[in-house]
Ligand binder design. Structure first.
Ligand SMILES: [Zn+2]
Length: 136
């Protein structure tokens, strides 16, 4: 490599330049695709957190979103590392359960809303005495 200060060629593992005595910084691109243990733990706990969130908010659309995130994170983790450790696996299972529950609950909530609307229309027709529409 070359000295950052004077530009003269120096040894690759040199700590300082033998020509100008400047401290040498390695400017070679570092090919570090491996994630650190700290990042790994963070990724795993994120899966777990979103799994728990999806279960916790299973009565709303947030449960669907959190469940989908948990599944996406666990999939990308699996693609990166090949397998899911216990913590991440727990999160992904919770995410699946939360996602299914949320979808079910959101659909049934929408269904109730439609039912309420239909009953309201029926009630309105009856109360206004307009029963012509009901004889169809
Ligand atoms: Zn130098």
């Amino acid at each position: 490599m070359f000295c950052n200060n004077c530009g003269k060629p120096i040894e690759d593992n040199a700590q300082s330049c033998p020509f100008c005595n400047a401290t040498v910084y390695n400017t070679e691109p570092v090919l570090d695709t491996a994630i650190t243990e700290e990042e790994d733990n963070k990724k795993q706990s994120n899966i777990l957190i979103f799994g728990i969130l999806s279960l916790f908010f299973n009565n709303s659309i947030w449960g669907i979103i959190a469940g989908a995130i948990a599944l996406y994170l666990s999939k990308s983790y699996k693609d990166l590392k090949g397998n899911l450790p216990a913590c991440a696996r727990t999160g992904s299972i919770l995410g699946i359960v939360g996602l299914i529950l949320s979808i079910f609950n959101v659909i049934s909530a929408l269904f109730s809303l439609v039912l309420v609307f239909v009953f309201y229309i029926l009630w309105f027709i009856i109360m206004t005495g307009n029963i012509a529409i009901m004889s169809i």
